[in-house]
Design a protein around this ligand. Structure first.
Ligand SMILES: [Zn+2]
Length: 144
């Protein structure tokens, strides 16, 4: 694996993100100075939300790229942070700033999905199944 090629790839992507962040910062200023009526405010809020998420993702990638560049310098590039295995070359070519080997990233994905599902279930289970009985017994208490 040619580390110099990877470094170049990382730097190229880094510049690309910095450029797009810079441009979105410019459009932010334009939005703020522009005068819109109430109907526009809602769509503005939505686009700002999407925009925020996009820049968040960009910033995250930027962070990962910097991390990868530091790893190249320290000679630990291409090693999984979770299990220490050597990450596959094809995987690194596809995503040069990847932190985990394919196995660990799949595990992480499963954990993430599991957590997400638990959160959803928690929302649906706000009403405890015993509530009916409790109401019943509290009525009895009041009757006494
Ligand atoms: Zn791993």
């Amino acid at each position: 694996m040619d580390l110099e090629t990877i470094r170049e790839k990382l730097l190229e992507k880094r510049n690309q993100i910095l450029k797009s962040l810079e441009e979105s910062a410019k459009s932010d200023i334009n939005e703020k100075t522009g005068v819109g009526d109430d109907a526009d405010t809602v769509t503005d809020e939505l686009s700002r939300e999407t925009h925020y998420r996009l820049t968040q993702a960009d910033r995250e990638t930027l962070y990962l790229i910097d991390l990868a560049l530091r790893k190249i310098d320290s000679g630990i590039y291409g090693i999984c942070e979770e299990c220490g295995a050597v990450i596959g070359e094809k995987r690194l070519e596809a995503i040069p700033w990847v932190r985990l080997c394919i196995d660990c990233s799949q595990n992480e994905e499963i954990v993430r999905q599991f957590q997400q599902r638990n959160e959803e279930e928690m929302i649906y289970n706000i009403i405890p199944p015993t509530l009916g009985e409790e109401e019943e017994s509290s009525k009895n208490l009041q009757a006494d």
